[in-house]
Design a protein around this ligand. Sequence first.
Ligand code: HEC
Ligand code: HEC
Length: 358
Amino acid sequence: MPHTTTLSSGCWEKAPTLIIFMGLSLLISIFIAFPPFVSATESFELTFPLGLDEDSVIIPKDNPLTKEKVELGKLLFFDKRLSQNETIACASCHMPSLAFTDGQPVSTGIHRQQGGRSAPTAINRIFSLQQFWDGRAATLEEQSVGPFVSPVEHGFLNHDELVNKINMIAGYRTMFQKVFGTEITINHVGKAIASFQRTLLSGNSPYDRFDYGGEESALTPAAQRGMKLFLGKARCTRCHSGFSFSDEKFHNLGIDWDTDHIDLGRYAVTKNPEQIGAFKTPTLREISRTAPYMHDGRFATLKAIVEFYDQGGIKNPHQDSLIIPLNLTDQEKEDLVRFLESLSGEGWQMTPPTQFPR
Ligand code: HEC
Ligand code: HEC
């Protein structure tokens, strides 16, 4: 019978499609129930606020930014368990609320001990090679593991002690395995923390909106006058140059030379006598949020900084010849401060993690 034949032949024709369909649904349900080992290389897309030069980023080839790595680095940055007595995290001295500084002239680390230098901001580190006031860390990876073995910071005797401590936390073992495909090593700790730090950006400040965005009203007339002084009469861009406001070089302004404890700065790293008392030109982005200022934290206000430069710094045999008295009027000093205040922007604000791996 044609009808039956059609029916039966139709059934046989549809059977393979049905089997394929059922097979596929089964595969999809398995995939949903047990997601396969997700590749740890989901890349992290940085969003650059206005004013920052994307082409100037420094990301080593062997440490690409990935979402999971940045997330791991963030946890390590905020986790107080990663100190000898579980009281200090990177974030203790680099607090998000103070644009990643600590508001102290010099930092207080483990056992309330004080170091000899002020904590600089950790923002826009992605644009720098040399890290620390004296540039002693040549990469951000190297910088990122230094504080753990400082007796006045995280207080571990050596990096093995730190790695052992992280290893005791099962949640971290899983995360390192996922991100790096191996057990925890100090290199991986450095890579993860450096990656997190590379995501801390600052741009789109009123200055950026004025200068790069062409938004005339973004800067007050006083700040605009201050900008002209910054570029001209006040000579600030001789060193605080480019979009990052740093020439990435080392200069002796004379900080310390009015005291009896002189920090030799870059000289201690290079032993080059021309660098006695020289320190890295710091970025000026977020500067109104990162007081007190200079490597010894001596100045509480931007006004005091401008006065210092106006007088030509502190004379000493090694002072940079770029530092000379400026003869600024009171109005000009005010205007310069207004300009410095216009360098606060966005790209670094965040909520610290509240839960850590167990
Ligand atoms: C006890 C306070 C303290 C702790 C804890 C601490 N830091 Fe710092 N940090 C400082 C001080 C002080 C400096 C400046 C030291 C120097 O330049 O010699 C600094 C410098 C830096 C710099 C260099 C910035 C620049 O412009 O060169 C970065 C980046 C940084 N710290 C990140 C970290 C990370 C990451 C951790 C955790 C592994 C950490 N810090 C832990 C106080 C601290
Ligand atoms: C010769 C190079 C040079 C010139 C010119 C210069 N600076 Fe600096 N600036 C530096 C260096 C180096 C430091 C850090 C010095 C230290 O701590 O010993 C610094 C520090 C600062 C700081 C403190 C930053 C912080 O995070 O603590 C501010 C603010 C600042 N300069 C603003 C200015 C202004 C405004 C001008 C122009 C009036 C100016 N600078 C001119 C090199 C320079």
